[in-house]
Design a protein around this ligand. Structure first.
Ligand SMILES: O=P(O)(O)OC[C@H]1O[C@H](OP(=O)(O)OP(=O)(O)O)[C@H](O)[C@@H]1O
Ligand SMILES: NC(=O)CC[C@H](N)C(=O)O
Ligand code: SF4
Ligand SMILES: [Mg+2]
Length: 496
């Protein structure tokens, strides 16, 4: 295997983040609860789904390619009986898209199995994978996540303590990880030292425990939100209750700010901040930062709707439903043919000429990555009779790739990394284009901690990006440079 992050076959648009879910609840149908949790988190990844259940001295798993409801039915669920379960929905960032890369990944500790589910991307697995192979450990996929599972297995075999195995993995592997792990009799949850991807804990009425990427996963199974897993923390749920320890020291806090803009569901609360409220506030702030004279404010469904409401409130321009979304078209469920791909947005979005004809529109979307969505959308809106289309985007320009669990493409594909505002406007065909400022975005998101990752906007990566990944992600001119908004630091390290 080469680099951890797939260098080729990137998607056309911003993609998702993966979901993890875990339950410890003896006496409950833990697989069924996990299946419901995964359905609430389906927006985070649609390539594969899997559930592993621990009990009776072992762990069994079932996983396949497809959506949760395609993979699981009554008979697959009823075969998964136990006290503890972990589940996963995947959007691949490392390794291929085949069955063997689907999660959870199993690992053997002598004759006992464990199952691991991972959201995030690890940036330094190449050398560690080679070491594992050298030790005779068999890996079945080329994903970063399976390397983590096998490190935990190998280190636990050596030390005879699962927590030591998890701790060793946390010391060895760098990058973003929110993970849940099932053993035959306990559930573990742990998060990288920077807390990049989200992970929260809830409690069932009967005393069971639930862990979920987003709090909307707790809501669907009737669990009460307790708190988020802390950066570097290992939490264990078992017959002795909940026990916490610091696996590795916490580093600078860098929770993904893009979760609030696009990835997470609006009804989720991440680290104390509700996503809907943050999105509405982003719209308000953008209205103050980039005012425009227009007749109507439209949001691009779904994630553009709350900020459009905020923009309308702050600007006094009436809000209107002018774009209809086909809710049965998934994010990456049915891949269109090449010819259809050009028009993919038409499958999903359709303007309402009855509302927009003859009107000057402000159109709010969450992000522009390659610019394909906005270009097609503006064309459709003008064909439907809009006289002016002013695009307002509630994230700053995406100019840098993400190496922490999101496919934001390589720098040469990012429109804002290649064009200035006027060129983007011409390329997209809009009458004006403005993005929220980075400072404005930070002001809209007030979580219970001060630290966010905003590297895809600022180029300020909290973890050094290995040379091998820089070669696939960055422009030549941006390699081996220092940046970080006036606080220069190297973004270069040699893996290994
Ligand atoms: O500039 P681009 O490369 O086109 O990417 C940006 C678009 O990608 C996302 O939408 P997407 O259609 O993926 O999903 P959504 O329906 O959840 O908004 C995002 O909401 C933007 O609309
Ligand atoms: N989006 C994610 O979190 C991906 C998890 C993991 N890196 C994989 O590719 O399977
Ligand atoms: S680089 Fe962007 S998308 Fe990736 S973790 Fe940081 S803020 Fe989130
Ligand atoms: Mg969109």
């Amino acid at each position: 295997m080469g680099d951890s992050v797939m260098p080729s076959e990137r998607p056309d648009r911003l993609e998702e983040a993966c979901a993890v879910f875990g339950v410890y609840a003896p006496g409950e149908d833990v697989a069924r609860l996990t299946c419901f949790g995964l359905q609430a988190l389906q927006h985070r990844g649609q390539e594969s789904a899997g559930i592993a259940v621990g009990g009776n001295g072992t762990v069994v798993a079932y996983k396949d390619l497809g959506l949760v409801t395609q993979v699981f039915n009554e008979s697959t669920l009823s075969a998964l009986q136990g006290d503890v379960a972990v589940g996963h929905c995947r959007y691949s960032t490392a390794g291929g898209g085949g069955w063997e890369s689907a999660q959870p990944h199993l690992s053997a500790i002598d004759d006992v199995l464990i199952a691991l589910a991972h959201n995030g991307t690890l940036v330094n697995t190449t050398r560690i994978r080679a070491q594992l192979v050298g030790q005779g450990v068999q890996l079945y996929s080329n994903t970063d996540s399976e390397v983590a599972a096998k490190v935990i297995g190998a280190e636990t075999s050596r030390t005879h303590h699962l927590r030591e195995g998890i701790r060793a993995m946390m010391c060895l592997l760098e990058g973003a990880y929110a993970m849940v792990l099932a053993s035959p009799d306990a559930l573990y949850a742990f998060r990288d030292p920077n807390g990049i991807r989200p992970l929260c804990i809830g409690r069932l009425d009967n005393g069971g425990w639930v862990v979920s990427s987003e709090s909307c996963g707790l809501d669907i199974v009737g669990a009460t939100y307790l708190r988020d897993v802390e950066p570097g923390e290992i939490v264990r749920f078992s017959a002795e209750g909940m026990a916490s320890e610091q696996g590795v020291p916490a580093g600078p806090r860098a929770s993904c700010i893009f979760e609030y803009v696009y990835f997470a569901r609006p009804d989720s609360v991440l680290d104390g901040q509700n996503v809907y409220t943050a999105r509405r506030e982003m719209g308000r702030i953008l209205a103050a930062e980039a005012p425009i004279d227009a007749d109507l404010v439209l949001g691009v469904p779904d994630s553009g709707l709350p900020p459009a409401l905020g923009f309308a409130e702050a600007s006094g321009i009436p809000y209107a439903d002018g774009i209809v979304k086909n809710r049965y078209v998934g994010r990456s469920f049915i891949q269109p043919t090449q010819a259809m791909r050009q028009n993919a947005i038409r499958i999903k979005l359709n303007p309402l000429p009855q509302v927009i004809a003859g009107k000057r529109l402000v159109v709010i979307d969450d992000s522009i990555v390659r610019g394909n969505t906005s270009r097609k959308l503006v064309e459709m809106l003008k064909a439907a009779g809009a006289v002016e289309v002013h695009l307002r985007i509630v994230s700053p320009e995406v100019e840098w790739p993400c190496f922490f669990g999101i496919d934001t493409d390589t720098q040469d594909q990012l429109i804002a990394a290649n064009m200035n505002n006027q060129q983007m406007c011409e390329s997209i065909g809009c009458d004006s284009l403005a993005f929220i400022s980075l400072e404005g975005l930070h002001r809209a998101v007030t979580a219970d901690h001060p630290g966010f990752c905003d590297a895809c906007f600022s180029g300020n990566y909290v973890i050094d990006i290995p040379d091998s990944l820089q070669e696939t992600g960055f422009f030549e001119r941006n390699r081996v440079t220092s940046y970080a908004g006036g606080a220069p630091r190297s973004n270069t390290t040699t893996e290994g």
